[in-house]
Design a protein around this ligand. Structure first.
Ligand code: ATP
Ligand code: MG
Length: 422
């Protein structure tokens, strides 16, 4: 057997305790925020049949073509995939359990997603999203609610420098017409298309609009616009979204090249972007996907949603200089002696009954070395218990920020600790 140290899989990160505190804080803020809009939590498996993502996301997309962790179940050969995103699973779960039968649903989930990409800052192979889906609402009111709620979260988090980009992808007839014009246009400029664009020319020309290849940018900018094909319904929808955003004072920029990386979108699409994370500037993306429920096999229902990348959001917060107060300890319990150890663990439990955060010293050592640990823990108060104290059922209470140590009966302990902590 080799002795070399094992490492985590490339692009999959450990989140160590100092950083995990930021995650916990963020998750709590996010949950409160979601609940304030009436969204309810749903939890789906991390593994789904590969067919789900092929059908939902689209065969000719970056995710399905090259980013999925797919494998055959070694026991029965089933084709499975680690989820690259949550919308497909969420819609699958809603249909499987008939949640849309009676009423529309506002749902959210959070957790790891998996994509086999080239790891770099803000781009990992296991990353985390908060995903939000509203199923059964035709909009545009709900589209606006979702965008406004994002703005509220950025505000709550104190995030600076995030801008909203907005576009509409219209409905299917307009998209068909636009598609034909796009193919014709790209064929005229076939000499400028890179290999990927050539491959997608007939299968998914809209995706070419999304290309980051610098050599194609100018040609793409002059491509036919979907906006010109929009029909009345989609146009009105888009105008109402814009009017309501203005009413809510949420600034936006219309970006006709915003087509999103997944096939299931129609009408409203949006991204929240920052210039501060290099090329990985999109922290949140989403839009309307009225076709997906039907595509997955349900009775057609309108839907809209978005997902935030937690790593990118937290990187932005850290870039803003955000530091959290360290997780606090109220009381550190120091003890020495056979009788003392028993009393020490009993009073520690008693303090926890009264909601104090307590570190009970473990591992022995002199009073002096234990007091050093008490100091380092940041506790406001140390309890000092020797056999001497234990015999009379007393403890010494020492305020760590200066002040006289007091020896009190266990009965009066809570009162004394409270006095020092307040
Ligand atoms: P990109 O264009 O950056 O690849 P995307 O369009 O593939 O993003 P979505 O599928 O819309 O991303 O996912 C929503 C959000 O999840 C993104 O805006 C981003 O914040 C985050 N995200 C996506 N892929 C990754 C990744 N590999 N690592 C970290 N975060 C990611
Ligand atoms: Mg991507």
């Amino acid at each position: 057997m080799s002795n070399e140290t094992l490492q985590a899989v490339r692009g999959m990160n450990d989140i160590l305790p100092d950083e995990a505190e930021l995650w916990l804080w963020f998750e709590e803020v996010a949950r409160d925020w979601l609940h304030s809009y009436g969204y309810r939590n749903i939890r789906m498996p991390l593994v789904e049949p590969t067919a789900l993502f092929k059908r939902a996301i689209g065969e000719v997309t970056d995710i399905v073509e090259k980013e999925m962790y797919s494998f055959a179940d070694a026991l029965n050969g089933d084709l499975l995939t680690l989820r690259p995103e949550g919308t497909a699973s969420c819609v699958r779960a809603v249909l499987q359990h008939n949640l849309l039968y009676n009423a529309p649903q506002r749902l959210y989930y959070s957790g790891p997603m998996f994509r086999h990409e080239r790891p770099q800052k803000g781009r990992y192979r296991q990353f985390h999203q908060f995903g939000v889906e509203a199923l059964g609402f035709a909009g545009p009111d709900i589209d606006v609610e979702q965008i406004v709620m994002c703005a509220r979260l950025w505000n709550k988090l104190g995030l600076r420098d995030v801008a909203l980009q907005l576009n509409t992808l219209g409905d299917s007839d307009a998209r068909q017409r636009h598609r034909a014009k796009l193919i014709a246009y790209f064929e005229q400029h076939a000499d400028l298309l890179d290999a990927e664009a050539q491959r997608r020319l007939h299968s998914n020309p809209l995706r070419i609009m999304d290309s980051k290849n610098p050599a194609m940018q100018e040609m793409i900018s002059a491509a036919p616009r979907l906006m010109e094909e929009l029909e009345d319904g989609a146009l009105q929808h888009f105008e109402q979204v814009q009017a309501m955003l203005k009413y809510h004072d949420v600034p936006f920029e219309i970006n006709p090249r915003l087509v999103r990386g997944l096939d299931y979108y129609n009408r409203t699409v949006f991204e929240w972007v920052t210039t501060r994370l290099g090329a990985q500037g999109t922290i949140c993306a989403g839009g309307r996907y009225d076709g997906l429920v039907g595509q997955i096999g349900g009775k057609a229902a309108p839907a809209t949603g978005f997902a935030m990348g937690v790593e990118r959001l937290l990187a932005l917060l850290q870039d803003d200089g955000m530091v959290l107060p360290k997780q606090e300890v109220d009381v550190y319990v120091v003890h020495n002696g056979d009788l003392a150890v028993r009393l020490a663990s009993r009073v520690a439990e008693q303090l926890r009954d009264s909601d104090f955060k307590v570190l009970l010293h473990c591992g022995g050592g002199s009073f002096k070395s234990q007091m050093k640990k008490a100091d380092a823990s940041g506790a406001r108060v140390a309890l000092v218990i020797g056999d001497d104290e234990a015999q009379t059922n007393e403890v010494s209470v020492k305020p760590m920020q200066g002040g006289e140590q007091e020896r009190v009966s266990v009965r009066n302990l809570i009162e004394t600790v409270n006095k020092f902590i307040k």
